[in-house]
Design a binder for this molecule. Structure first.
Ligand SMILES: Cc1cc2nc3c(=O)[nH]c(=O)nc-3n(C[C@H](O)[C@H](O)[C@H](O)COP(=O)(O)OP(=O)(O)OC[C@H]3O[C@@H](n4cnc5c(N)ncnc54)[C@H](O)[C@@H]3O)c2cc1C
Length: 204
């Protein structure tokens, strides 16, 4: 007959074993955000590179039709457009020069999700058609930036606006972030750039 003390002892040991296993196996318990510095810390207290931290969520819903309704207010539509172009151009100009496959997938998915969720439904529908005709170029900072510049020019053309000279991307969107300008990062002719160049020459 096992004494009550022995039973309690075994129960405590099992509980401790379980707790230790969960602590070591469950990833969220090994990383935390320092409330003072805001730094993302790993299990050894080292700051994790935000670039290598991985989201566990699969990217779903990138394919499909436009979700948003028509945006009737022309002033709101223009303001939204200017703000969005600023975001998108700044994003592609800060995109890695040599992206990993995961980073390339992320950028491609981003544009496809945007084409569904952009808050101006009729603009989103046009954007979807552009993405189908000119799939996002994600092989480098340079090809992504030039691709987006060309897509923006395609929208400009449809709206009867002057085309933008894509050679001026670096000056127009210099965020003071110290990034390498696209004008010097890669020789032209790299993967994906040929498509962009032919698009810029009017191959649409
Ligand atoms: C994805 C998307 C689709 C849109 N579709 C429509 C639509 O179907 N109908 C509609 O009415 N509006 C649409 N818009 C909004 C439209 O493109 C403009 O943003 C809006 O008309 C305001 O124009 P803007 O003249 O102020 O300059 P914007 O076109 O907003 O450009 C802002 C600034 O970006 C710079 N710029 C211009 N062209 C380029 C380029 N090619 N590359 C880099 N920088 C450039 C210039 O400095 C310009 O002042 C869309 C916007 C987006 C983001």
């Amino acid at each position: 007959m096992i004494s009550r003390f022995a039973k309690s002892f075994v129960a405590i040991v099992v509980a401790l074993l379980l707790l230790t296993t969960i602590t070591f196996l469950h990833p969220p318990s090994r990383t935390y955000i320092d409330p003072w510095s805001g730094a993302l810390l790993g299990e050894d207290g080292m700051e994790q590179s935000l670039r290598t931290s991985k989201t566990k969520l699969p990217i779903l819903g990138a394919e499909g039709g436009v979700i948003m309704p028509k945006l009737g207010n022309a002033t709101a539509k223009a303001a939204l457009g200017r703000a969005t172009w600023k975001l998108l151009h700044t994003m592609t100009l800060r995109y890695p020069e040599k992206p990993t496959q995961d980073e390339r997938d992320a950028l491609g998915s981003y544009f496809h999700l945007l084409s569904r969720l952009y808050p101006c439904g009729e603009c989103a529908a046009e954007f979807q058609m552009l993405l189908e005709k000119y799939p996002p170029q994600t092989s480098s900072r340079r090809s992504a930036s030039l691709w987006l510049c060309s897509v923006h020019n395609a929208v400009n053309e449809r709206l009867h606006k002057e085309p933008f000279d894509c050679a001026h991307l670096d000056d127009t969107y210099d965020c003071g972030c110290g990034d390498e300008p696209i004008g010097t990062t890669a020789p032209s002719g790299s993967e994906g750039e040929d498509a962009v160049v032919s698009m810029m020459r009017g191959g649409r």
